[in-house]
Design a protein around this ligand. Structure first.
Ligand code: BF8
Ligand code: SF4
Length: 630
């Protein structure tokens, strides 16, 4: 790996400056806390500490291979792994549920509206909901209610499962992992892992797959579909990324979290004429909204709102001294932001009862008053502009151009423009399939996930992406991985000339796309499942055969494990750069890398060395090509 890589030097130089700012302000950052936490507990790391009942905690060692109840390493690591998965499924799915409630509140005169009526009508048709001659909001409320019912339905399985390939549906049926009600799968996971229940690691892994599927083909897919209906389905548009999007002379508001209901209102309010005039009356040149984490992805994909940064940059944004307000919703929000805001003028506003954080201002958002609340937040930020401390300001310069908004619809819209060169149909993945078959593009990798202090932030993302591009492998990205790509300039259409092999470069030119396609936030990995499924269907093969793999080089959250479970269950090999916390059990390691292969035809490949990980991915894609005879 090239450590003098100019992308990385550029990013690192600014981070160093921000670390100095932290020191000068007496502020603590994750780097300090990481040091204080080192060394980390190796029982926890291996997943072999059990505190599921108060006879424990029990830890597995060579001298004590069983807990007091007799649970062995496989049972303990397996139960921890399933609970981890359930936590992730719950977070994604409850986010999806909230969006359904937001749709239930939508009305022509209310805060929220139906923006993509076509998508709503398509979904109504898919679910046999009457649309003929009906008011669009009546249809929306019926569709919303039906989706909400999926969370707790007493019988049957998730409706979205019927979108999977027939082969996948049969495999899930055969393995007994077709997801039932979302809440049922999470409850079953918690029940199975209660003291005195399942001790069989394979059964725990099987329920992990099922719980993951309830997320990917249930809660997350609901989150994506309903966000599109409410706020619009993303199509390609231009934006910028990295902390350099913060403006020295403007009121800077950062929206951070995942559920777009609040951030959409802030973005709208920041465009209100009277708000802009109010900001000017306070000496600012205007209002600048930027995003962090997946909220950034949501508003960038739909409105071109610029992306401030990803997970491990959230404190850095505040360290610039330029942020008047950080308005957060749910998930991936550092509790550290509360105490950190005491060292700066930034107001941190929490808006959901799901994420209450000491040291922040709590403004509970609700659908009825959301439009006005968005305006109130923007006003609060403007009023805070005069409190900036000039001595604590550092103006970052790094930012890169990015073209984002590649939903499945967005990808197809680009493929349609090159259709005549390959096939004469529209609305199909066939042009892409032709490119893969001919070898111009070798395959595709979905790069997803977080930052994790166990990995030099963004380094694995960027280096892996560059190597894949060099090998003519197209990349789709979501979450913090997508932002890493954007910050490195890999979502700039011009990046093809710097990083791509000849074949991929030609395709990028023809389709006018960047080599790394931004597909959205982490719930939008459901889009990736539909993309892989669409390719498989248009090709006439099943998903595990398609030269497509998944990769999470820097993952950290429970959501990531839930995702990894459904990606694998969907038949896509998943390459992990951080070890899942099960390594204390050889049985569990075997199950998640090889065992699932026997069940669903895919598994994890784990390697903490990103050079080796990317090589394994390239080999994996080439092996799939060979098996297809292409
Ligand atoms: O859901 S990639 S750090 S922001 S968990 Fe969080 Fe991870 Fe970022 Fe989005 Ni996803
Ligand atoms: Fe120990 Fe068993 Fe209780 Fe876990 S469930 S803490 S292994 S006694």
């Amino acid at each position: 790996m090239d450590l003098t890589n100019p992308i990385y030097e550029r990013l690192e130089a600014e981070l160093e400056k921000l670390r100095e700012m932290a020191k000068a302000a007496g502020a603590e950052t994750w780097e300090d806390r990481k040091k204080a936490q080192t060394p980390q507990c190796r029982f926890g790391e291996g997943g072999i500490c059990c505190r599921i009942c108060s006879m424990g905690p029990c830890r597995i060692t060579p001298k004590s291979p069983r807990g007091i109840c007799g649970a062995d390493a496989g049972a303990i690591a397996g139960r921890n792994y399933l609970r981890f998965t359930a936590g992730g499924c719950a977070a994604h799915s409850d986010h999806g549920r909230e969006i359904c409630h937001t749709l239930m509140s939508a009305s022509p005169e209310g805060s929220y509206h139906v923006t993509d009526a076509d998508k709503l009508l398509r979904l109504a048709k898919e679910w046999d909901i009457e649309t003929e001659g009906r008011d669009i909001y009546d249809v929306a409320h019926d569709v919303g209610f039906t989706a909400l019912s999926e969370y707790g339905k007493p019988f049957g399985t998730q409706r979205f499962v019927s979108r999977a390939t027939e082969e996948r549906q049969k495999v899930w049926e055969r393995e007994g992992i077709t997801p039932r009600a979302v809440d049922r799968e999470i409850t079953t996971a918690m029940h199975m892992t209660h003291m005195g229940n399942t001790a069989d690691a394979e059964a725990l892994v099987r329920q992990s797959l099922r719980t993951g599927l309830a997320d990917g083909w249930g809660g997350s897919m609901t989150g994506t579909e309903f966000s599109d209906i409410l706020f619009g389905t993303p199509l390609p548009n231009d934006t910028e990324a990295d902390l350099g999007v913060l403006e020295k002379d403007m009121v800077n508001i950062i929206v951070h979290g995942h559920d777009p209901a609040m951030s959409e209102m802030v973005v709208t309010a920041a465009e209100d004429r009277d708000m802009i005039e109010y900001a000017r009356s306070k000496g600012a040149k205007g209002i600048n909204v930027a995003g962090l984490c997946c909220t950034a992805n949501e508003v960038a994909m739909r409105h071109g709102v610029r992306m401030g940064g990803n997970f491990l940059q959230q404190e850095k944004a505040m360290l610039t001294g330029l942020v008047e307000m950080m308005a957060v919703d749910v998930q991936c929000i550092f509790p550290a932001l509360g105490p950190l805001s005491e060292c700066f003028h930034t107001k941190v506003v929490t808006t959901s009862p799901i994420a209450r954080i000491p040291g922040t201002i709590f403004v509970q958002f609700n659908a009825e008053t959301a439009r006005q609340q968005g305006r109130d937040l923007v006003k609060m930020a403007i009023d805070n502009f005069e409190n900036r401390d000039p001595a604590k300001i550092f103006v970052p310069q790094n930012k890169q151009k990015a073209t984002v908004g590649y939903s499945c619809e967005g990808i197809k819209s680009r493929l349609d423009t090159v259709t005549n060169s390959f096939v004469d149909e529209l609305d199909t993945y066939k042009p892409l399939i032709e490119c893969i078959k001919s070898g111009v593009v070798r395959g595709a990798v979905a790069i997803v996930g977080c930052n994790n202090p166990k990995v030099r932030p963004d380094y694995a993302h960027i280096e892996i992406m560059k190597e894949l591009l060099r090998n003519d492998i197209v990349i789709v990205a979501t979450g913090c991985a997508a932002q890493a790509a954007a910050k490195a300039g890999l979502m700039d259409k011009a990046a093809k000339d710097l990083y791509c092999g000849e074949g991929l470069k030609r395709v990028c030119e023809l389709a006018e796309i960047p080599p790394v396609l931004h597909m959205g936030s982490c719930v939008d990995i459901s889009r990736m499942m539909l993309l892989a499924t669409g390719i498989a269907k248009d090709w006439g093969i099943d998903v595990p055969q398609v030269p497509v793999v998944g990769c999470a080089p820097e993952w950290m959250s429970e959501k990531a494990v839930s995702i990894a479970n459904y990606v694998v269950a969907t038949g896509i090999d998943t390459y992990l750069g951080v070890e899942p916390q099960v390594s204390g059990s050889a049985e569990m390691m075997e199950l998640i890398t090889e065992g699932t292969r026997k069940m669903v035809g895919a598994g994890y490949i784990i390697n903490t060395d990103c050079d080796q990980l990317v090589q394994a991915m390239i080999d994996g894609i080439e092996a799939k090509r060979t098996a297809l005879g292409i």
